[in-house]
Design a protein around this ligand. Structure first.
Ligand code: AMP
Ligand code: FE
Ligand code: FE
Ligand code: ZN
Length: 282
């Protein structure tokens, strides 16, 4: 069975609705998939309903935006956590609100040099969604300033650009602890994604492991081949699960569903370790 545990919908920065992601998962021949929108679980119910219809196993998840003490962006995947957990909800609600204000500030800065305003960006955001730079990228594409999201990131939206503004984000070790307290299984997403910016050192891995990290997303296109062996050794050393996933964003990224996979044994372990939500079976 093909299992892909990292996808995004219009609840965050993917281009397909949660139902659309389930349909795409079926079309890609997956047997099980997770929906892991940034800082939101709002897509779970629709995705689960569609997955059932399509005879797919569905793993409710989320990807939490974090920032290390050195200011480096870190993403923590959370599987099967209690979506109503107060402490975790408070944290992601705060991040989502900050994401909105941050996007507005970035657009203000961009509007000094480019013909875009908030209205143009809002057209690309589903109401209530976690707003990110990909939505700003969509407005830049619509205005004919860049050809696609990827070009917008390399040319205009990088953390080094003068248009960049950061948003509130919890410390990754704190996020790991919150996920565990909510009965979820925390997995460090694409830990060595160099081309997105700086990556954290062993110190941060150590803090996250001490806080209760349970897995590493080793097989992901943004982890360079040579780093994957190191990640596998680290996982073996600390008894961490190893996952592989696509990080599908619909038309928003080149990543294709099922391009990296997770084993059925690992999914079973995730299910055993979780106590906050259940895997949805057809
Ligand atoms: P933000 O959440 O606002 O910091 O934006 C980061 C998001 O942008 C990530 O979750 C990716 O989905 C997306 N992203 C990063 N780099 C690229 C790229 N080169 N092309 C398309 N999307 C990207
Ligand atoms: Fe994303
Ligand atoms: Fe990510
Ligand atoms: Zn992701």
């Amino acid at each position: 069975m093909k299992i892909d545990l990292h996808t995004h919908s219009t609840v965050s920065d993917g281009t397909e609705t949660p139902e659309g992601v389930a349909a795409a998962a079926a079309a890609a021949g997956l047997g099980a998939f997770a929906l892991t929108d940034h800082d939101s679980t709002a897509g779970w119910d629709d995705c689960a309903a569609k997955a059932r219809q399509l005879d797919l196993m569905f793993v409710p998840g989320m990807e939490i935006s974090c920032r290390s003490t050195e200011g480096i962006s870190v993403h923590v995947l959370s599987y099967l956590q209690d979506p109503e957990n107060r402490a975790l909800r408070a944290e992601i609600d705060r991040t989502r609100q900050s994401r909105l204000i941050r996007a507005e500030r970035m657009v203000e800065r961009l509007s000094e040099d480019f013909p875009i305003n908030w209205h143009h960006v809002a057209k690309h955001v589903t109401p209530g969604a976690s707003v990110g730079r990909p939505h700003i990228a969509d407005a830049l594409v619509s205005a004919g300033i860049v050809t696609d999201r990827s070009a917008a990131f390399t040319e205009i939206l990088t953390p080094k650009s003068r248009y960049f503004v950061s948003h509130y984000a919890p410390n990754p070790a704190d996020a790991v602890a919150l996920v565990r307290a909510a009965g979820g299984v925390p997995v460090f997403a694409h830990p060595v994604a160099h081309q997105r910016g700086r990556v954290v050192g062993t110190h941060t891995f150590g803090e996250m492991i001490d806080a209760g990290l349970l897995g590493l997303e080793v097989d992901h296109r943004d982890n360079p081949e040579e780093s994957r062996q190191w990640l596998r050794r680290l996982a073996a050393e600390h008894d961490l699960l190893v996952t592989g996933s696509s990080d599908y964003h619909g038309a928003g990224k080149a990543n294709r569903l099922g391009e990296f996979l997770t084993s059925a044994a690992t999914l079973s372990r995730i299910e055993e370790l979780a106590s906050g939500a259940a895997v949805v079976r057809p």
